[in-house]
Design a protein around this ligand. Structure first.
Ligand code: ATP
Length: 329
C-alpha cells in the first residue's frame, strides 16, 4: 500500500501538504473544526479528519494507521498534544520522536546547545547578579507572551510579580536571525533551507510611535508573522558550522540524533557573532515564507524546494531505497 503524508492542520501544514503533493503523495490534514475550511479552500489535503479539540488527537490513531500515514510534526502538534501521547502513538512518525523532550525542556536544550559549542546568552541564576539588560522568559510561554526586559534587580522584582518558573537571560542587542536547516539522512548532508526574521506584536510596532510615548509601554513578543531574509554570504560558513555541530551533538545526547528540518534562533551582534537563544527540533513556521522555494534551496536542488517538499522528497527517496525505517522515529 502506498504511504500518505499527514499533519495537523495549523502552523506549516499548507507547506507540508502542498510539498507532499508536489512529490506525489496522498495527503491528510487532521483539523479542529474551525481550521477545516482553510485546508478545503487551498485543496492541499486529499482527506481531512476532523477532531473537536487537540486533546482528542489520539483518537485519529487508527485512521492514520489504516491510511498508512506518516505523521509530520510541527510546533502546533508539539504545543497542543502532550509529549507522552505523541511518544506513545503507533502512527508512523517522521523524525526522532525522543528529541522533542530535548526541545521542550529549557535545561536540556541548553545542554545540547552548549555541547555543540555555540555562543549562548548568559543565564542569571540569582536576580541580584543582573548587571545589564536581561530578558525574563516564562516556562511554557507561547510565542513570547508575557516576557519582559529588566536592567537590574529592582526592576526585575517590580515586574516579576508572583511568577515562580522563569529564566533570566542576558538580552543580546543585535538583530534576530532564524536559520532553517535540513539534515538529510538519505544524502548524508546538512542543507541550508533559508532564513527569516519574525514580526512580533507589539515590539515591532513600538518604533512607529514617538520616543516619549514609548517609555511607559510594556513590550511583548507575540509572534504574528515572518519575513524572508538573505544573509551576508560571508556568514554562511559559520551558519553551516553551527548546524553541523548541532547535528553532531544531537547524536551524543539522543541517538540517532536530529534529522529532517530544524531551526537555530539567533541574535547577530555588530561584531557578527551569532548568539543562539533557542533551537526548534522540527519545521518552523518561518519556513512558510519560502512555501515555493528559498533562493538557497533553488540553487541546491535546481528546482523550487520548500522545507515541506524537502521532507516529502526525503521520504520518497527512503521508500525507493527501502530505508524508510532509518527516518521514522
Ligand atoms: P518558544 O519558541 O519557546 O515559544 P518564544 O517564541 O516564546 O519561544 P523566544 O523565541 O525565546 O520566545 O523569544 C521571543 C522574542 O525575544 C524574539 O523576538 C527573540 O528575538 C527575542 N529574544 C529571545 N531571547 C533573546 C535574547 N537572549 N536576547 C535578545 N533577544 C531575545
Amino acid at each position: 500500500m502506498d504511504y500518505a503524508i499527514a499533519t495537523v492542520g495549523s502552523h506549516s501544514a499548507l507547506q507540508i501538504l502542498r510539498g507532499a503533493k508536489d512529490e506525489g503523495f496522498k495527503t491528510i490534514a487532521v483539523c479542529i473544526k474551525d481550521h477545516t475550511l482553510i485546508y478545503q479552500h487551498f485543496k492541499v489535503a486529499d482527506e481531512i479528519i476532523e477532531i473537536s479539540s487537540y486533546k482528542d488527537f489520539h483518537t485519529v490513531e487508527d485512521d492514520l494507521l489504516k491510511l498508512n500515514a506518516i505523521l509530520i510534526p510541527h510546533a502546533s502538534l508539539v504545543a497542543y498534544v502532550d509529549l507522552k501521547t505523541i511518544e506513545d502513538m503507533r502512527v508512523l512518525y517522521y523524525g526522532n520522536r525522543k528529541i522533542l523532550s530535548w526541545e521542550s525542556d529549557r535545561d536540556r536544550q541548553r545542554e545540547w546547545l552548549r555541547k555543540a559549542g555555540l555562543n549562548l546568552p548568559k543565564i542569571y541564576n540569582d536576580p541580584a547578579d543582573i548587571d545589564g539588560l536581561v530578558i525574563v522568559k516564562f516556562y511554557g510561554a507561547r510565542g513570547g507572551q508575557g516576557y519582559f526586559l529588566a536592567r537590574n534587580e529592582r526592576e526585575f522584582k517590580r515586574k516579576i510579580g508572583s511568577a515562580k518558573e522563569y529564566v533570566i537571560q542576558e538580552y543580546i542587542i543585535g538583530i534576530p536571525v532564524y536559520i532553517h536547516y535540513f539534515h538529510s539522512v538519505m544524502r548524508s548532508e546538512l542543507e541550508l533551507m533559508g532564513f527569516d526574521r519574525r514580526y512580533e506584536s507589539n515590539v515591532d510596532g513600538i518604533g512607529r510611535i514617538p520616543y516619549n510615548l514609548q517609555r511607559d509601554l510594556h513590550v511583548t513578543y507575540t509572534i504574528v508573522g515572518n519575513f524572508p531574509l538573505m544573509l551576508r554570504e560571508s556568514l554562511l560558513p559559520e551558519v553551516f558550522r553551527m548546524g553541523q555541530r548541532i547535528v553532531e551533538a544531537s547524536k551524543e545526547i539522543c541517538s540517532p540524533g536530529i534529522y529532517g528540518p530544524f531551526c537555530l534562533e539567533t541574535v547577530v551582534t555588530p561584531d557578527l557573532k551569532f548568539y543562539v537563544f533557542e533551537i526548534s527540533a522540527r519545521i518552523v513556521a518561518g519556513t512558510n515564507v519560502f512555501m515555493e522555494t528559498s533562493p538557497y534551496a533553488l540553487i541546491k536542488h535546481g528546482k523550487p524546494m520548500s522545507t515541506g517538499r524537502r521532507i516529502a522528497l526525503e521520504i520518497k527517496e527512503a521508500i525507493k531505497q527501502g530505508r524508510l525505517k532509518e527516518i521514522l522515529g
